[in-house]
Design a protein around this ligand. Structure first.
Ligand code: 5GP
Length: 240
């Protein structure tokens, strides 16, 4: 597999074309940003850890029947993925109140939701990813009604699968963000990444944060937290 020209550089990843049609190479960087790019920094070896953690999650989800863009883990920082057109809607799944939900609704961080909460945000750095609903999505033609049904069902299934495996790791899945894409055949599949950059992970016993909130909130030991998530996943999933 040959790595060809870069198609896109995001805050945490670079996407390259390859010599194979409809296959892209994703390279994970150590760069970290928060608060819509206002806070910038580096998390040592984050790219390596997130590439491995995302590969483990994608592989597990595929085994459980979820269609994802993941093809394979290639080396330390890169994975091969199916080319997709990203649906410009970020899907946020929340099991426990934290972050913007806690703030918006005046809930104490850690309040367990009686039912899983799904939120949609417009993927737009300029606008700061504003929250939208199915009416906005239809009015702006961001995705069809059928596509949103698939996205909603898949997001909830993904939540169940991730919660189960993370529970075995002694980790609570507080909330996370997903992005979906359309293949050239128009199929909706899970894309982007699942990692401590895009999820809130709390230790089940101590409630210690094991995710990017350590960077966002200057809590220290950021690398150690990512490493510990990876270690527990590798321990819980043999041959991960
Ligand atoms: P909140 O809305 O509380 O800031 O975020 C909810 C969850 O979605 C958190 O797990 C957070 O990491 C993730 N999330 C929401 N928006 C983004 C984003 O633009 N980038 C990343 N990496 N994660 C996000």
């Amino acid at each position: 597999m040959e790595k060809l020209e870069m198609l896109y550089e995001g805050k945490a990843k670079k996407i390259f074309k390859t010599n194979e049609a409809n296959v892209y190479l994703v390279e994970y960087k150590d760069d970290a940003t928060a608060f819509n790019g206002q806070k910038k920094g580096t998390i040592q070896s984050k790219g390596i850890m997130n590439n491995k953690i995302a590969s483990i999650f994608f592989k597990l989800l595929e085994e459980k029947g979820i269609k994802t863009h993941f093809i394979k883990h290639v080396d330390d920082r890169s994975m091969l993925v199916k080319a997709v057109q990203i649906v410009p809607v970020e899907v946020i799944v929340r099991n426990i109140a934290a972050g913007t939900l806690a703030k918006r609704l005046g809930l104490e961080e850690g309040t367990v939701m009686q039912k899983t909460v799904l939120e949609f945000c417009l993927k737009s750095d300029e606008l700061g990813d504003p929250m939208i609903n199915n009416y906005h999505i239809a009015a702006l033609d961001l995705a069809s009604e059928g596509e949103m049904e698939t996205i909603t069902k898949e997001a909830l299934k993904i939540n169940d699968i991730l919660r189960e495996v993370l529970d075995k790791c002694g980790i609570e899945l507080v909330d996370f963000k997903l992005e979906f894409g359309r293949t050239k055949d128009g199929e909706i599949i899970l894309a982007d990444e699942i990692s401590p950059d895009t999820c809130r992970f709390w230790d089940k016993t101590t409630k210690e944060k094991m995710d990017k909130d350590r960077f966002r909130r200057d809590l220290g030991k950021v690398e150690d937290a990512y490493q510990e998530v990876l270690r527990r996943l590798e321990e819980a999933i043999p041959n991960a």
